[in-house]
Design a protein around this ligand. Structure first.
Ligand SMILES: NC(=O)c1ccc[n+]([C@@H]2O[C@H](COP(=O)([O-])OP(=O)(O)OC[C@H]3O[C@@H](n4cnc5c(N)ncnc54)[C@H](O)[C@@H]3O)[C@@H](O)[C@H]2O)c1
Length: 332
């Protein structure tokens, strides 16, 4: 049986976007827990090109992979998929994307996030690989929470639109009885180790934690009552593993299931780091999700996914790493 989840000995596992935040956590998880598996990372890494916002156009960083001993394939998902032919992958975890939700280059986002996914699906079919891919809470835009699969999916930016198109395509393929299992995981606001090199697009938990350590003061969009479903990286990894265990094709939300306000984040950070000042500033973004909360009932029922980290548990687990990033000046 090809997809039995055991020690994964000799199984070929591909992680696209493996030099990024979530991809590198997945690669290192498999390396640690499945040392007999063959693990491949595919990523273009960062180059020197910037979006008009000043953010890098790709965020992969070699330092996320310093402990990785598997194979690295360098390539651009939009044109180098031929490098992945003839590998006979069993599992493909597709994380590569323009993950910067503020990107306005619609052509580039659609090509990188949507079009390349269609090509990767063809490759997965050729190799009879299970495909598990990263979708996003951005598919829901600013519609009322709790957010449910199939309901009120109205993305407000091209990033969310590209992810929604991945999900729509997947649902159509599944309706036609797809030859391979395919599972889309709609991550909500992920935070935790290895997001350092995302710079300004890293989670607000890291950015506020670092501001508090450096200035004893943080800046927050007025008035901190925006609510998000923050999910700790270990729960996101759990969801990916549960996906390959359950082999239940479909689209699933991956959040904590709880919505917390930005002021809740501040309170939790203060408990861990001590007191600091909060300066409220105007939000410069015309589009901003004001309330997200994952309805995780389908993920619980079909994947047996159970989040283990509350916002406070996640922040507590992350604090030593935030301090290390600050002390070693690793943030860019
Ligand atoms: N972090 C979150 O909160 C979050 C939330 C929802 C969805 N997601 C999705 O999860 C996935 C991983 O996100 P992340 O936070 O790790 O982002 P990330 O930017 O750290 O990782 C994405 C990786 O893809 C690589 N990449 C970008 N363009 C590429 C291309 N053309 N060819 C090859 N590689 C390319 C980057 O170099 C980077 O290593 C993405 O698909 C993202 O959209 C993330």
């Amino acid at each position: 049986m090809k997809y039995i989840y055991d020690d994964l000995a000799d199984r070929n596992i591909l992680i696209t976007g493996g030099a990024g935040f979530i991809g590198s956590n997945l690669a290192l998880y498999f390396q640690k827990h499945h040392p007999l598996a063959n693990i491949y990372v595919f990523d273009k890494f960062r180059d020197n090109t910037l979006f008009p916002s000043g953010n890098p156009t790709s965020l992969g960083h070699f330092k996320n992979l310093l402990d990785f001993r598997g194979e690295i394939i360098i390539g651009d998902i939009t044109k180098d998929l031929h490098k992945l032919k003839n590998h006979n992958f069993d599992y493909i975890f597709h994380q590569a994307a323009i993950s910067d939700t503020t990107t306005t280059d619609q052509n580039l986002v659609m090509q990188t996030n949507f079009e390349a996914f269609l090509q990767l699906y063809e490759l997965a079919k050729e190799q009879n690989a299970m495909l598990i891919y990263a979708s996003s809470a951005g598919t829901y835009g600013n519609t009322p929470a709790p957010n449910r699969i199939g309901i009120a999916e109205v993305p407000e930016n091209v990033y969310g639109y590209s992810k929604l198109n991945m999900d729509i395509f997947t649902q159509k393929e599944l309706a036609k009885d797809s030859k391979i299992p395919i599972i889309g995981l709609r991550y909500f606001n992920v935070f935790g180790p290895h997001e350092t090199f995302k710079g300004k697009t890293a989670s607000m938990i890291l950015q506020l934690g670092l501001q508090a350590l450096e200035y004893k003061k943080v800046r927050l969009f007025e008035f901190g009552e925006q609510r998000r479903d923050f999910v700790y990286i270990k729960d996101v990894i759990q969801a990916n593993i549960k996906a390959i265990e359950a082999q239940k094709s479909g689209i699933y939300n991956v959040g904590s299931g709880v919505s917390s306000s930005f002021n809740d984040v501040i309170a939790a950070l203060k408990d861990e780091l001590g007191g600091f000042e909060v300066e409220y500033i105007k939000n410069p973004y015309s589009f901003f999700q004001t309330h997200t909360q994952a309805d995780i009932s389908l993920s619980q029922e079909f994947l047996s996914y159970t989040p283990r980290f509350s916002l406070r548990d996640g922040i507590k687990a992350y604090i030593p790493e935030i301090r290390r990033i600050f002390e070693q000046k690793l943030f860019c």
